[in-house]
Design a protein around this ligand. Structure first.
Ligand code: ITT
Length: 187
């Protein structure tokens, strides 16, 4: 049994498509103020290792908008709660360079050791929110070479190209190679 520790059910649903045996443990853990998602994940892995029995994974993600010097980045959760997508679109009014990158860092705690896997998805901030699927910033993010926002895609479509899809597939092949039998990964 392998579990993800998160209170975000959408993350779990996306990952479960790639690792069907994944389970969710809805639990809060401290997210330190740091410059990089990797540092947040390192701290959380060490913190949780003492408290959780067995193997687990965590996911820390953020939206990095180039013209805003990578804001909201590591502050993505707070900014989503306070400004929301409308607030981001306001900040982007009149800004020509709408490039943005989604990043996921998945921390894996297995057999007493910690590992990290990263996935990136480059794209653009839409002019207006579009679509009702997904969560968070999905309605305002258009991945590179697409016209649709993530919120206009199915979970499978998003997973094929998304930051989280890329990171969780790395985790899945890591398990296959180094810890076979840990999870029932998709063939
Ligand atoms: P945890 O319990 O796993 O920490 P969270 O929702 O707080 O859940 P993060 O800190 O990783 O997760 O997410 C930062 C913010 O970015 C948060 O507001 C999410 O809604 C948003 N976000 C993360 N992944 C996203 C994705 O794939 N699409 C859209 N928004 C996303």
């Amino acid at each position: 049994m392998f579990k993800i520790i998160t209170h975000n059910v959408h993350k779990y649903q996306e990952m479960k498509k790639i690792i069907p045996s994944l389970e969710m443990l809805n639990m809060e853990y401290p997210e330190i103020q740091a410059d990089r998602l990797e540092e947040v994940v390192d701290f959380a892995l060490n913190y949780l290792a003492d408290k959780i029995d067995g193997n687990f994974i965590i996911d820390d993600s953020g939206l990095f908008i180039h013209a805003l010097n990578d804001f909201p980045g590591v502050y993505s959760a707070y900014v989503f709660r306070t400004l929301g997508n409308e607030g981001i679109l306001k900040l982007m009014e009149g800004v020509g360079d709408r490039r943005a990158t989604f990043k996921t860092v998945i921390g894996v705690h297995i057999a007493g050791e910690n590992f990290k896997f990263v996935g990136l998805c480059h794209g653009y901030i839409a002019e207006k929110p579009r679509g009702t699927n997904g969560f968070g910033y999905d309605p305002i993010f258009v991945p590179e070479a697409y016209d649709k926002t993530f919120a206009e895609m199915s979970t499978d479509e998003k997973n094929r190209i998304s930051h989280r899809g890329k990171a969780i597939r790395k985790v899945s092949s890591f398990f296959d190679r180094f810890a076979p039998g840990t999870v029932d990964a998709e063939p």
